[in-house]
Ligand binder design. Structure first.
Ligand code: PLP
Length: 417
């Protein structure tokens, strides 16, 4: 047992599992205080896109830190936020005309939900119900847990979570059921549908096709239901394109972005909103302004990092790097599909995932995940399975040799687990 002073997230300290002390990061690597090198096969929980300690992003952070560190963003602005807004305009659909800053994926989703309800309230219509997809994850605050899957993670807080309408996850043979449920739910005039486009991340890297995303969007559009795309994980190239929505030709009413927004260097998020959402709050009446802020909204240093990330996207062949990684992941997934104990090997863009059969305790509390993780750590590879779902999601700078090392470590871990 290790009763540590620092209380870590999603960590059962009573198990006494080792807590490596990471003292340096660079590219696809982490180094511990004991000089061990780990290959970061999960992009430090899905945030690191180009690579750790990217020189362009690090330089932008250093400049801003010594020049303009923090200002009040209510009623004030600064060039770093403006550079982010302009950079987003250049890369994202023009319909997503307005940018609201916050500081994490969870807050970007809270903002999206508040915008949706504010839209209806300011139009004088009492619509507040939110539709969600089964197995969704949108964050760990009370609001975002409410729109996410219920389970062991949030059972203790269930009395505080608000009620939502859950649509069945669109598996291959139940896609029509999802659409039918959405169609039926829309008739009761809900406020909004929130989805993770194409991939449900924390729910177990569950993938559904672009055609379904397009159909869900079309149904919402037909019924005037606000469509919120939570691209916090899927954005910034993860699914092979800048956003997952792009593959379905979908422009949502509201889009949440975080994680890779700063290349994975600093906490920052944006919620992009359509003209209609902004207009519903726009008036000479102070009572209809958007009532949301946090102390560090649009922090200049974090914005400088995001502006540097956007410049990298504009000026460097990021999608070519993503494509190369996607090809390797596809090749590996095809091999994994032939392994004895693996089920449902799948891939989309830079993400590859599969389940390891666990007859004793499948799901998030499976003991296989931690065993495989521990074996990989000993082999110099950082992964963090979601229960018995193993996935690989590295930064785009990863070399073929390092990918081979990841794939080998997982293969060996499975043969021993
Ligand atoms: C990680 C994640 C969030 C929450 O982001 P945080 O920055 O951890 O608050 C929200 N939605 C999705 C889809 C995510 O993957």
């Amino acid at each position: 047992m290790t009763r540590t002073r620092i209380w870590h997230p999603f960590t059962q300290h009573g198990l006494g599992e080792p807590i490596p002390n990471i003292v340096r990061t660079q590219g696809a690597y982490l180094w511990t205080d004991r000089g061990e090198r780990l290959i970061d096969a999960i992009s430090s929980w899905w945030v690191t896109t180009h690579g750790h300690a990217h020189p362009r992003i690090a330089a932008a952070i250093a400049e801003a830190a010594g020049h303009c560190d923090q200002i009040i963003f209510a009623g004030h602005t600064h060039p770093y936020a403006q550079a982010v807004a302009e950079g987003l305009t250049a890369l994202f659909p023009p319909e997503l005309a307005h940018v609201f800053f916050s500081d994490s994926g969870s807050t970007s989703v809270e903002v999206a939900l508040k915008m949706a309800l504010g839209y209806w309230a300011n139009r004088g219509e009492a619509r507040h119900r939110i539709l969600v997809l089964e197995h969704s994850y949108h964050g760990d605050t009370i609001g975002t847990m409410s729109v996410g899957a219920r389970g062991v993670f949030n059972a203790a807080y269930a009395p505080l979570l608000f009620d939502v309408e859950t649509l069945p996850f669109p598996a291959d043979d139940t896609a029509q059921a999802t659409l039918d449920a959405l169609e039926a739910a829309c008739r009761a005039k809900p406020a909004a549908l929130i989805v993770e486009p194409l991939v449900l991340g924390a729910g177990g890297m569950l993938i559904y096709p672009p055609s379904l995303l397009a159909e869900m969007h079309a149904i919402c559009a037909r019924h005037g239901v606000i469509f919120i795309a939570d691209e916090v994980m899927t954005g910034w190239g993860r699914t092979g394109t800048l956003t997952a929505c792009e593959q379905a030709g979908v422009v949502p009413d509201i889009m949440c972005l975080s994680k890779g927004l700063t290349g994975g260097s600093l906490p920052l998020a944006v919620t992009l909103a359509s003209e209609a959402i902004y207009d519903a709050h726009y008036s000479t009446d102070r009572a209809t302004m958007f009532f949301h802020s946090s102390s560090y909204t649009a922090n200049p240093i974090a914005c400088a990092a995001a502006a540097a990330n956007l410049a990298i996207w504009r000026e460097e062949p990021v999608l070519a790097r993503v494509d190369r990684l996607a090809v390797r992941q596809r090749e590996w997934t095809a091999r994994v599909a032939g392994w004895a104990r693996t089920v449902n090997a799948r891939t989309i863009g830079t993400i590859a995932a599969f389940e390891v059969q666990d007859h004793e305790r499948p799901g998030y509390l499976s003991a296989l995940g931690p065993a495989i993780k521990a074996h990989c750590a000993a082999a110099g590879v950082l992964i963090r399975p979601l229960g018995n779902t193993v996935y690989v999601m590295p930064p785009y700078c990863i070399t073929d040799d390092d990918l081979a090392a990841i794939y080998n470590a997982i293969g060996e871990a499975l043969s021993r687990a």
